[in-house]
Design a protein around this ligand. Structure first.
Ligand code: ZN
Ligand code: ZN
Length: 296
């Protein structure tokens, strides 16, 4: 084998070792309720080594995970989708829940799926399992001879909600309109601190959770956009965060990198540059507009 070929192999091995050891954010879905085929429903994977932790399961979550796995992230293969956290129970963040429960199970996942989230998660889980009862019966008792389906829903309170050898996950309440419980999450891994907002209007809790974190993943809407609700200015003020407000949040919390996701444009299609310009008016740190299947 030539020296050059050996050098290439060595570089690939070194690169793979780095990737397997480090923490990465994999954007599975950066969209909103709008059915944009380029932006799947809200879903994010925090990958630590060979383990993946999902946050939210919007429509398309399992197929986007399969696409990420095909791009070289085995942690999000279907058999590895075992731990998930949901920010709140709005349908755009949870329509993929039956997909997450059933598709990996039918194909490959033998372990239990553990899901953490607000009050109401257990009832949602029970209803989904009841709705697909005949499917479960036929797949487990019929000729498919599938292994038992196990889903464990954990209704959480603010504070540390999950720990293992790779991660400590802390949930904090965020204000999201009329929802009694909506959560943001902070992930502490061996090499990174990552905070994700879920859906929220500005709050000091999030700023506190992220103070000098490595990555802040945050929702946003642009200043010049309109939404479709009758009183959309009031709705937005109570439920979501504007680009101007996000600039302030970022300058208070000082993340190493701000990743914008779940970007609402209302009735207009705003360019990435428009979001960046508006956020940049109040913040000079590093900001990117996230797209599906990007890895950070
Ligand atoms: Zn919401
Ligand atoms: Zn949402």
């Amino acid at each position: 084998m030539s020296k050059r070929a050996l050098a290439i192999i060595a570089a690939v091995v070194i690169q793979c070792a780095c990737i397997s050891a480090a923490t990465h954010v994999v954007l599975l879905g950066t969209g909103t309720p709008a059915m944009d085929p380029d932006r799947s429903g809200p879903a994010t994977a925090i990958v630590v080594g060979d383990t993946a932790y999902l946050i939210d399961f919007g429509p398309g979550v399992v197929r986007r995970a399969a696409a990420a796995a095909a791009k070289g992230i085995p942690a999000v293969r279907p058999e590895n989708l075992k731990t998930a956290f949901v920010t709140h129970l709005h349908s755009d963040h949870t329509v993929g829940y039956p997909d997450l429960i059933f598709t990996p199970w039918v194909i490959a996942r033998k372990d239990a799926l553990n899901v953490y989230g607000p009050k109401g998660l257990k009832a949602m889980t029970d209803h989904i399992l009841a709705a697909w009862k005949e499917d479960i019966d036929i797949r487990t008792k019929g000729l498919e001879q599938r292994w038992p389906l196990r889903v464990v829903a954990h209704e959480i309170k603010p504070g540390i909600v999950y720990t293992d050898a790779s991660v400590r996950v802390t949930a904090f309440l965020v204000p999201h309109g009329q929802w009694d419980e909506a959560y943001g999450y902070r992930f502490d891994t061996p090499d990174r601190v990552i905070v994700i907002s879920g859906d929220t209007r500005p709050s000091p809790e999030l700023v506190k959770a992220c103070r000098h974190c490595d990555i802040l993943i945050h929702e946003v809407y642009p200043m010049g956009s309109r939404a479709t609700m009758p009183d959309w200015p009031k709705y937005r003020a109570q439920y979501h965060t504007s680009t101007q407000e996000l600039g302030q949040i970022a300058s208070q919390s000082q993340p190493g990198l701000l990743i914008v996701y779940h970007r609402a444009g209302g009735l207009t299609n705003f360019s990435d540059e428009q979001y960046l310009k508006e956020i940049g008016q109040g913040y000079s740190g590093k900001v990117v507009i996230g797209h599906d299947l990007e890895v950070y």
